[in-house]
Design a protein around this ligand. Structure first.
Ligand code: SRM
Ligand code: SF4
Length: 519
């Protein structure tokens, strides 16, 4: 849907690109663009519009693109994981994949000329990468143990797939929802532990009973950006746990957001374009009334309380499922980084021991489900467990990291490898009695959700000894689960080489860590 730009409204840079040609238009021009080659492509197509197909030009590795998929709920099957492993394998050392902080997968090293065939493969195995970047609805997140969690209230998997189908027109691309004023994150929680980070999603549904009927309370407007981190606020409505009600609500909000983006000034400044700005500009009452007008019926008032009552789980280790005799096993994937070999192995393990499902988590780990009790021992003795432990050391266990300098041109620092090295060093030096979630993010965009960590580390630069060096801002106090809260800045401008000493002291002072006694 092209924006009807009136001369009186100043459009931001990206809106101008979209007004010149709709983002989704590249879907029908792909073959022509591939023939043209990325070196000769119009900048708007290369750097902006291709992201509507999930194809990301990487200035750090020109010619080697990143492909961001959509994996609603983080659920993949053996056939899908194997197909993705084969894609990554063809790029040899340049190929890899990352599990993202939206329980999604990104493939790396992709050459543009291979994209049409890759799309055919994705379609064959029931996957899509459509509308996964830029001003679109991003990967839909849900509990990674939906359908198998003994404490679960609502299995949201089918609902989530239907919602993705509605938003993307069954993965083909949907002009109605492809020109939002900005990105939009949706999460639906069916469990009690807020595994989805409801507080930082633009739209989040959390389980709640109303008159003994199970449904969802709705919170809106949560987001993090370089300029502002905002916790979501109650929309004051409740919807039953029915596909139609959930799809109506989400699509209603998307329509209102899209259609009012110009008149409400959201398309003028990228920094003031997320859903929260519309909600705050109108006030929650008007926002709700506009959504009701759009969907054509009144929404019920929110239930008094929601059912998010538990600490956030990390799902690592062996856990009994609600299906008697079966277990799900959470594997730690260091910094979420995969290679083809590991992807094939995950597929094989899911096929051999489980029901063929591989689930991804927002902590960038993987879960294999339906492992019978009498197969657990054999599972745990597989060589994969040496690389992907079920019980890593404390800091390593809870580490989350964004892409960083290796592939992202916004990055001010290297993240994944440094994060792993620092965690490993401090795990070796300290006994840490409690879980400490360290979230690393390479720049203020905070894709690694620094504000959600017990300790959040955000890339920065400082001058040290007359040189500009890599540094971090440190956030503390981020809480997840039923008492979620965003962390605040505790230290600024810490050069990365001084970080282990400072973190060691913080862990001792604030988290009860003790130096390990060596014999
Ligand atoms: Fe992000 C932009 C990576 C989750 C906030 N994000 C980017 C880009 C596309 C920038 C670029 O073109 O290089 C990064 C691609 C780097 C690469 O090559 O991987 C990027 N974001 C990621 C991922 C891969 C981080 C990760 O390692 O897991 C995550 C992909 C999720 C997915 O599967 O779709 C990712 N990004 C997030 C999150 C976390 C979340 O959703 O819970 C946030 C903060 C929450 C939010 O959006 O409210 C986030 N990313 C941003 C922003 C700031 C948005 C804003 O409103 O200003 C940008 C910059 C932008 O959009 O202008 C950004
Ligand atoms: Fe890139 Fe910054 Fe996002 Fe990290 S936080 S992936 S460095 S944009």
């Amino acid at each position: 849907m092209a924006v009807d730009a009136t001369p009186s409204v100043k459009l931001n840079k990206v809106e101008k690109v979209k007004a010149a040609k709709d983002g989704l238009a590249v879907r029908d021009e792909l073959e022509k663009l591939v023939e043209q080659g990325w070196e000769n492509m119009d900048k708007g197509d290369l750097e902006v519009r291709l992201k509507w197909l999930g194809v990301f030009f990487r200035p750090v590795t020109p010619g080697l693109f990143m492909l961001r998929l959509r994996v609603p709920h983080g659920c993949l099957n053996v056939e899908q994981m194997t197909a993705l492993a084969e894609i990554v394998q063809q790029y040899g050392d340049e190929g890899s994949a990352d599990i993202t902080t939206r329980q999604n997968l990104q493939l790396r090293g992709i050459r543009l000329e291979d994209v049409p065939n890759i799309f055919k493969t994705l379609k064959r195995v029931g996957l899509t990468s459509i509308q996964s970047g830029m001003d679109n609805v991003r990967n839909l997140t849900g509990s990674p143990v939906a359908g198998i969690d003994p404490d679960e209230l609502i299995d949201t998997r089918e609902m989530m797939q239907k919602l993705q189908d509605a938003i993307t027109s069954d993965g083909e691309g949907n002009p109605r929802f492809t020109n939002l004023p900005r990105k939009l994150n949706i999460a639906i929680e069916g469990a009690r532990d807020n595994s989805i980070h409801a507080e930082i999603n633009d739209i989040a549904l959390v389980p709640a009973f109303k008159n003994d009927v199970l449904g969802f309370n709705v919170v809106v407007g949560g987001y993090i950006s370089a300029q502002r981190a905002a916790e979501s606020i109650p929309m004051g409505v409740w919807v039953p746990a029915e596909d139609k009600a959930v799809i109506d609500l989400c699509c209603g909000i998307l329509s209102v957001y899209t259609d009012n983006g110009l008149t409400e000034g959201l398309r003028t400044s990228r920094a003031k374009a997320r859903l929260m700005w519309l909600v705050e500009g109108w006030g929650v009452e008007k926002f709700r009334a506009e959504v009701e007008k759009e969907i054509g019926y009144s929404l019920a008032a929110a239930a008094e309380q929601d059912e998010v009552t538990q600490e956030k789980k990390d799902h690592l280790g062996v856990h009994p499922q609600k299906q008697e005799g079966f277990n799900y096993i959470g594997l730690h994937i260091p910094a979420g980084r995969l290679d083809a070999e590991l992807m094939f192995e995950l597929a094989r393990m899911a096929d051999t021991y489980g029901n063929g499902e591989i689930r991804l988590t927002v902590e960038q780990n993987a879960i294999i489900s339906y492992v019978p009790g009498d197969s657990v021992e054999a599972f745990l003795s597989e060589p994969l467990l040496e690389r992907c432990s079920i019980e890593p050391d404390t800091l390593t266990r809870s580490l989350v990291s964004c892409t960083g300098k290796a592939y992202c041109n916004f990055a001010l620092i290297d993240t994944k490898s440094r994060a792993m090295a620092v965690a490993k060093q401090l795990d070796a030096e300290l006994d840490i009695p409690e879980r400490v979630r360290m979230h690393w993010t390479g720049c203020p965009n905070s894709c690694g959700q620094a504000q959600a960590g017990d300790i959040g580390l955000m890339g920065a630069k400082v001058r040290k000894d007359g040189k500009t060096v890599e540094a971090v801002k440190i956030f503390t106090g981020g809480q997840v689960g039923h008492n979620s809260k965003l962390g605040e800045i505790a230290h600024k401008g810490i050069p990365c080489d001084e970080l282990p000493d400072l973190l060691r002291q913080m862990l001792i002072d604030d988290f009860g860590a003790k130096p390990k006694v060596t014999a």
